[in-house]
Design a protein around this ligand. Structure first.
Ligand code: PEP
Ligand code: MN
Length: 286
């Protein structure tokens, strides 16, 4: 007999078949999704350069923060409304969907106008009024795991959204706090098979916040897919040295391009395929 769990709607026992839903032509939960882009939208040239590059690789989801939750109040806080508008224009021009963070309830009306998927950051996983409000919107929610939260607490956070009526939820493991200091966070790859066995919701891996270091993004992306994740969210930047946030963990554009082919071969071995494989468009030929 399976153990009694405190959540219901998000559980496998409630709904044995995996949850899938389609955004920008990608059946999330079935195809592997790749979300890529800068940590933050910084200016028009930056976001258009990155978006154009990603679109040529057939990447379907553009990430980028406009409202940024920064540990220090003196750090770059994001371009806010201007950032949302720039990102939407870039995404529309190059046929991509927008994934961006929602920090507070009062920004929901604005965010639903510009974003295709609303990200709840690690610092807000237990913002229960926000989670309840996101249960009432008609847009998917990418729910990061709180950096100090258990898998059970994370699934209960998802239950807040689902019990409000919104079942389009993507779980995202982004690393947790441990005693280890060699990495920014400890990316809990074991959360993937655990969450998969407990819940029907799709789960993706964020190796960027998860490690904090560019050199670890490729191996940890592979590890996430090998563990059964439904996709990845990765920070990339055209000039990581100049980035206004998270430059050290952002891949160079050519590095990102080079990681795709081995990753998709790995996925194929597991009988899965990435959303970007649908059309092969080598960037040199465009
Ligand atoms: C981010 O994706 O840039 C971010 C701030 O994520 P997290 O909430 O996981 O720290
Ligand atoms: Mn970041």
């Amino acid at each position: 007999m399976s153990k009694r769990v405190p959540y219901q709607l998000v559980s496998r026992s409630w709904k044995p078949e995996p949850t899938t839903f389609t955004v920008n032509g990608v059946e999330i939960g079935k195809e592997l999704m790749m979300i890529a882009g800068p940590c933050a939208v910084e200016n028009e040239e930056q976001i258009f350069t990155i978006t154009e590059f990603l679109s040529k690789l057939n990447i379907k989801f553009l990430r980028g923060g406009a409202y940024k939750p920064r540990t220090s109040p003196y750090s770059f806080q994001g371009l806010k409304s201007e950032g949302l508008k720039l990102m939407r224009r870039a995404a529309d021009k190059f046929g991509m969907a927008v994934v961006t963070e929602i920090m507070s309830i009062d920004k929901i009306d604005e965010l639903v106008q510009y974003a295709d998927i609303l990200q709840v950051g690690t610092r807000n996983m237990q913002n229960y009024p926000l989670l309840r409000a996101l249960g009432k919107i008609n847009k998917p929610v990418l729910l990061k795991r709180g950096m100090s939260n258990t898998i059970e607490e994370w699934l209960l956070a998802a239950e807040y959204i689902l019990s409000g009526g919104n079942s389009k939820i993507i779980l995202c493991e982004r690393g947790i706090r441990t005693f280890e200091t060699a990495t920014r966070n400890t990316l809990d790859i074991s959360a993937v098979p655990i969450a998969k066995s407990l819940s029907h919701l799709p789960i993706i891996i964020d190796p960027s916040q998860g490690t904090g270091a560019r050199d670890m993004i490729i191996p940890m992306s592979r590890a996430g897919i090998a563990a059964g994740a439904d996709g990845l969210i990765i920070e990339v930047h055209n000039q990581p040295e100049e980035a206004l946030s998270d430059g050290d963990q952002s891949l160079y554009l050519d590095q990102f391009q080079e990681m795709l082919d081995p990753l998709s071969k790995m996925a194929n071995v597991l009988n899965k395929s990435f959303d970007f494989q649908a059309v092969v468009s080598p960037i040199e030929n465009n």
